[in-house]
Design a protein around this ligand. Structure first.
Ligand code: PLP
Length: 374
């Protein structure tokens, strides 16, 4: 057996290794010193709401009014408030799968039922219209679209967004919840917000935040734009839960969003890491992975790892390789089961180069050793 590694290389993290921009920290410190440390308006401070409006308009081509926006304690909390606002017990929410770990729990906590649509067999793992049409019906209250996707990295092209939106409208009265948290991480194609298509605007809610783009997961600031009545209801729920998001976090978010230089790591840097990681994994026997168009993760199919073609034994049990790689080779991957794909593993490539490279080396060692096992 190989030597044990105690210095774990954690490639399972759900965030890029990006430092909070100086402008955000400065804004937060100034806010503390100026005494902006009390409750804020329930939907967020006017300065941040104005900055978000401007960003939606300039970057996404969506013109929201102030009563169509609110700020919450991270995109996850924003999603919970929105789902709680629109769902009645038993309402269905369509969740393309593989999916962000948080969606099923959020939907269930809000009283809904997640309806998963497997996109793995679709070209580029982008939700197809036929697959969507099959699950839409009178009980469907929302369809979640996550572009770029966590974990697959799929970016939904504008033409497909239009088809999907048309399909939702034809077969249901559902809202489209467009989770665009990774919008700045796009390597192929371009990010389009479905909310910019006027025919769907009345039933589309965009969720976004500062967590990934600016390396600000701990500040807990997310936001949404959508129909005023839904947003107002979500704000009421937020007020019942926590009054408002953190005042200091909001000022930090304002500092980041209003600073044109704030996104420190360029797309070129992440693309180079993506390509290195793909090249390292594609050469490994049994590992099936392709370069994602966006996001910060590789989502590798490990079904055949450890089994030569023609080997009559069953594939390794789901998750076994992930456990083995961590226990014996000191590299942590995200087990696919949480994302709805038990034989897959998620790997974050938007991390420091030395951690990424050492992690990739250890994965290749782990794969080699699995093949040597009896
Ligand atoms: N949506 C997606 C697709 C995510 O990947 C995450 C976090 O990983 C969230 C929402 C939650 O983000 P936040 O940290 O802002 O709550």
């Amino acid at each position: 057996m190989s030597e044990l590694h105690y210095d774990l290389m954690d490639l399972s993290v759900g965030a890029p290794a990006i430092r909070t921009p100086r402008s955000a920290s400065d804004a937060a410190i100034s806010a503390i010193l100026a005494g902006h440390t009390t409750y804020t308006p329930r939907r967020g401070i006017p300065e941040l709401l104005a900055a978000i409006r401007f960003k939606f308009d300039r970057v996404n081509g969506v013109a929201f009014t102030e009563d169509e926006i609110f700020v919450g304690a991270g995109a996850k909390h924003v999603l919970f408030c929105l789902l709680s606002a629109i769902l009645k017990p038993g309402d269905e929410v369509v969740v393309p799968s593989p999916h962000y770990v948080g969606y099923p729990g959020l939907v269930r906590r809000a009283g809904g039922v997640p309806v998963f649509v497997d996109v793995r067999a679709e070209p580029d793992q982008v939700l197809g219209v036929a697959a969507l049409a099959k699950v839409l019906g009178p009980r469907t209250r929302a369809v979640i679209l996550n572009t770029p996707s966590n974990p697959t990295g799929a970016v939904i092209p504008a033409a497909r967004l239009r088809e999907l939106g048309t399909c939702v409208r034809a077969h249901s009265d559902a809202y489209i919840i467009s989770d665009e948290l990774y919008e700045t991480f796009v390597y192929e194609g371009e990010h389009t917000s479905i909310a910019s298509m006027s025919e769907f605007a009345a039933a589309t809610i965009v969720v976004n935040g500062v967590s990934k783009t600016y390396g600000m997961t701990g500040w807990r600031i997310g936001y949404a734009g959508g129909p005023a009545d839904v947003i107002q209801h979500a704000v009421t729920i937020q007020a019942e839960l926590s009054n408002c998001p953190s005042s200091i976090g909001q000022w930090a978010g304002w500092g980041a969003i209003t600073d044109p230089e704030a996104s420190t790591e360029t797309v070129a840097v992440q693309r180079a890491r993506r390509d290195r990681a793909v090249a390292a994994l594609q050469g490994l026997p049994g590992v099936d992975v392709s370069p994602p168009s966006g996001g910060i993760y590789l989502f590798a199919d490990l079904t055949h790892v450890g089994r030569d073609p023609g080997d009559p034994r069953a594939p390794l049990p789901p998750g076994e390789f992930v456990d083995f790689a961590e226990a014996v080779h000191g590299v942590r991957l995200g087990a696919g089961a949480k994302f709805g794909a038990p034989h897959h593993a998620r790997l974050t490539f938007a991390i420091d180069d030395d951690v990424l490279d050492e992690g990739l080396t250890r994965i290749s060692e782990a794969v080699a050793e699995v093949y040597r096992k009896p």
